[in-house]
Design a binder for this molecule. Sequence first.
Ligand SMILES: Cc1ncc(COP(=O)(O)O)c(C=O)c1O
Length: 453
Amino acid sequence: MKLDPRLTRRGFIQTAATSSIALGWLGSGRPPMALAADASKPAILGGIPVHQGGWTPWPQWDQSWEPQMLKVFRSGRWFRGSDERVAEFERSYARLLGAKRCLATASGTTALIVSLHVMDVDAGDEVIVSPYTFIATYNAILNRRALPVFADTDPATMTLDPATIESRVTERTRAIMPVHIFGMPCEMEAITPLARKHKLAVIEDACQAWLAEYRGRKCGLLGDLGCFSFQESKHLPSGEGGAVISLNENLIDKCDSFHNCGRAAGSNQGNGYFTRGENYRMTQAQAVMLIQQLDKLVRETETRRASADYLSANLGQIPGIIPVRLPENCRPAWHLYPFRYEPAHFNGLSRDQFARAMAAEGVPCGGIYREQYHEGLLDEAIASRGFKRLWSADRLKAYRESFHELKGNRQVCETTVAMTQNLLLTDRAGLDDILEAIRKIQAHSAALVKAVG
Ligand SMILES: Cc1ncc(COP(=O)(O)O)c(C=O)c1O
């Protein structure tokens, strides 16, 4: 299926951050506010949009960051080994999260690859992982020439269903990689005992979960290693960037070596290469951008939480809109704010038609992840010479067939609607507009089905 680029997660995030996408999604060239338009009519049918004036743009730049940035650029000390700013960021991020140590990396993907290597995930191993995630999670495992084995997604929580993990364990399984998707913590108290029982490493994909908390502990510190992304769309952005954190210093030393050409941990330059390695280093400029945004991250995280709580309390009152069920005693980061959508309560208006009608009302939202395991990437991987050498044809056939068992994940992929985090940085009136837009579309859903169906 060819997808409109605006409906891919990153395309969607970019569009939502920069503009009202009502016009684009309508594709009709109709002005958003026709003269003498009827306010009660859905905007997609020529009425007045509920929300006017856009949303908080993302990413944000603050001129007060510029002197520090210029200092780095003018110094010519740009590479990790030339100065101390990357190490300073690592200390600050570790302190903020309560980690023993942090290693900064070039991206979230490289943070995941480093972690898999350090937890000894090797060619021919298997990693049990959430299927409902950005594709980088799959790719990091494939990069180790290991097999991403999907446990199912719990439709109520949208995260890894712990009850479906154990049946996936084989003698080749080395690790579990839970993904705190949209910054919503996985049910780790059910996952980590299973890992212990089967002697598996736990690598958290916390790439969307900065400052998220589960039972009083920060995501990223609930397993062996936790990975973060600082890509441009993220809550703590530096264009690209990532980090690995841990309570185990020895593991971070190993991460340090592997991400820096195999040099001894902490030795930024020199020719002593004692282990295999890559170059996954962060630059000084990235670090300086990040250091200056840490207080902002803390403040905005609280705003997003308050907004999400308000939306969840009110969306739960609208038939056919199902807010996500969170684990007890957790505080999400809300990289996106998702809910499940039931067309039956909207006269059969499809999820995509609903999203288009919402966009026309000035509230960009949409379906996010698809069933990516059916889209070719994994077929390409398991058809490669390397994978065919590493697994029997029978195992790969059973692996391919197992994707059809992921019924919870299919339901989540088909019914989720999500809004990007910048919509949560609005005021109460903005949140009320979101609720009002949904109610308006529901009230007019029969007419919408007729008009756009
Ligand atoms: C869940 C998840 N995992 C991994 C990544 C990879 O991070 P990066 O884009 O920084 O490589 C992302 C980034 O979008 C992500 O959302």
